[in-house]
Write a new protein. Sequence first.
Length: 187
Amino acid sequence: MTSGVNTEPAILDATELISDPQLEVRFAESAHRILAGLVSAGAALGWVEPPSRDEVTELLGHVVSAVQAGDGALRAAYLGRQLVGLGYWLRYARPTHRPHADLEKIAVDAAAHGRGVGRALTAALIADARQTGIEVLTLDARGDNTNALRLYRSLGFTEYGRLPDFVAVGERRYDKVFYMLDLRRQG
């Protein structure tokens, strides 16, 4: 980055992403690059092998459809015009669980780690959930993802369960940790 350039990430929502044709065209490709790169490096994002471009494109289409139906939120973090992170939540589909949503994914390009991108994305998604009337936002994470777990705790999430050695990656085993943020108790 050149001096004088804002180093704070710009956090865009789904509406902003699809209203800029240049960003929309590059978004799926950039998201695939980030997700595949992180998974290749061992990140716990729900895939054992890096996802294909088609998988990522299909996933993003599903998330955008949910956002348009009022059942989700999608956020993208940019430094300049480069996508460096993305995250989303989806409302639970069961009628009895409709006031609740699951924070499905927060992914930050390794080159942008330590720059507040994950915090900014998560905070924006929490604000979206609150504005949409979500009462409880849940998530699960792999137990060795200590930086993410620390971030979630710092934003008010609390652990409500743990499955020891539940996640299998080859011969390695990791805990699956469940966190929740009760928005009913936070004004």
